[in-house]
Design a protein around this ligand. Structure first.
Ligand SMILES: *Cc1c(COP(=O)(O)O)cnc(C)c1O
Length: 430
């Protein structure tokens, strides 16, 4: 294409007013203008197509515009987009609650809906603290969380994220201070962790972690043994375990939930990202019977005093029900296994490239870790030139595609990754 085509009017008019996420508006190149989506592709206003390597922030697990989800949203929009959930009920929200209770392990049977992952984590934290308050414990309001963890961008969730994260570090002092420690992997670390927990359990409501993969903190993996150990420590010291499955839940690691892979049942679980197949804003906080029982009483003040305006939104819940249908009718977990196999083979050669620190794959997540990303805009721009939408951050280049991605599309993503990592290495070394 010779010369840059003029962006559409909506872009020019709106770009002067919109505030983009995680973006230095002064130095960042302008965003791509998207016209529509189809399958695993993003179609741009200027006619180019990008293969989406990260499923729109890990949400579009069935690809875009899946007809089954689109039809469910249309039907629901015509019947009733939304009614408030206090004193009223709607079929999609109730059906979804029952389905999530049936799918999740153990007695995770009570589902509270909100509209974003961060909010669902805030609600889990509030439930955990009030669980203790309702039993007369006034001083169990802290959480133990892990370095490299990420649980959202709201003030409460920043407190349980990695304190050194560039997104959250500068805000220390704003958030309630939490106890953020290294994830215990070795025997020595486990012993030290248990000692730390024993000393602090009396002031804590629980422990929060992302099981098996820490996502936004750098795509860092840990073993099922670590998740099991944290569960055991919670049991020994009477702490609640919150597992944040917002990224890893619903198939991403090749099992319905990451916790089932580890054989662990949390007291509270959060889900969002791919819950509606990347179509509508929805999150769920799912509590065990034991948690719910502590709120179930004659006294009004023991109830959960929480209710986002759009909780149980019928449109979003209809989309989520349609998304869950697809997990039942299409071979999602098999597809994840196939993607994992391709990623492992195709990314492996990156290991020999100077400056590459690690190559790792778990489920449908492929990671090439670099010693330093350097010019982030250059590397992101190169992927676009190769017809791919991939958004490296921190020091990782990663792929997290839709489960429905075709073999040729996946190969284009991994070919581009090998090529660009090679070019990055030459620039970087020079
Ligand atoms: C994305 C994410 C969140 C936050 O979800 P939002 O919908 O962006 O608020 C929380 N926890 C984990 C593990 C996530 O990946």
């Amino acid at each position: 294409m010779k010369g840059e085509p003029a962006p559409p009017d909506w872009f020019t008019e709106g770009y002067a007013h919109i505030w983009m996420p995680y973006t230095q508006m002064k130095t960042s190149p302008p965003p791509q203008a998207v016209k529509s989506t189809e399958g695993c592709r993003i179609l741009l206003e200027d006619g180019r197509e990008l293969i989406d390597g990260i499923a729109s922030w890990w949400s579009a697990c069935h690809g875009y515009n899946h007809p089954h989800i689109v039809a469910a949203i249309k039907r629901q929009a015509e019947a009733m987009p939304h009614v408030m959930l206090a004193g009223l009920s709607n079929e999609p929200a109730f059906t979804l609650a029952a389905r999530l209770a049936a799918m999740t392990p153990g007695d995770l049977n009570r589902v509270f809906f909100s509209e974003s992952g961060s909010v669902s984590v805030e609600i889990a934290m509030k439930m955990a603290v009030q669980f203790w308050l309702n039993q007369g414990h006034e001083d169990r309001k802290k959480f133990i969380a892990f370095k490299d963890g990420y649980h959202g961008d709201t003030i409460g969730t920043m407190g349980v994220g990695d304190p050194d994260n560039i997104m959250h570090g500068p805000f220390s002092g704003l958030m309630p201070e939490q106890l953020v420690v290294e994830l215990p992997r070795t025997e020595a670390e486990m012993a030290a962790f248990e000692t730390f927990v024993a000393e602090n359990a009396g002031i804590c409501a629980g422990i929060i972690m992302e099981p098996l993969v820490q996502g936004a903190g750098g795509m860092i993996f840990h073993e099922a043994e670590t998740v099991r150990f944290v569960r055991e420590v919670c049991d020994r010291h009477d702490l609640l375990l919150i597992l944040d499955e917002i990224m890893v839940g619903l198939g991403r690691l090749g099992s319905q939930f990451a916790c089932t892979q580890a054989g662990v049942i949390p007291d509270l679980m959060t889900l969002s990202k791919s819950l509606t197949g990347g179509t509508m804003a929805l999150a769920a906080t799912i509590a065990s019977e034991r948690i719910f029982d502590a709120f179930y009483a004659d006294e009004l003040e023991r109830c959960l005093m929480h209710g986002p305006t759009y909780t149980g939104n019928a449109l979003a819940c209809a989309a989520a029900n349609a998304s869950l249908d697809l997990f039942e009718t299409e071979p999602r977990l098999e597809q994840v296994g196939r993607i994992a196999g391709h990623l492992a083979g195709a990314l492996e050669p990156c290991r020999d490239v100077p400056g590459v620190v690690d190559v790792r794959v778990r489920g449908a997540i492929g990671v090439v870790e670099l010693d330093a990303l350097g010019d982030m805009y250059w590397i992101r721009g190169r992927f676009v030139e190769e017809g791919c939408w991939v958004r490296p951050f921190g020091n990782v280049v990663y792929l997290m595609p839709s489960f429905t991605i075709e073999d040729a599309e996946l190969a284009q993503l991994t070919d581009a990754t090998r090529k660009i990592v090679g070019e990055w290495s030459e620039r970087h070394g020079a």
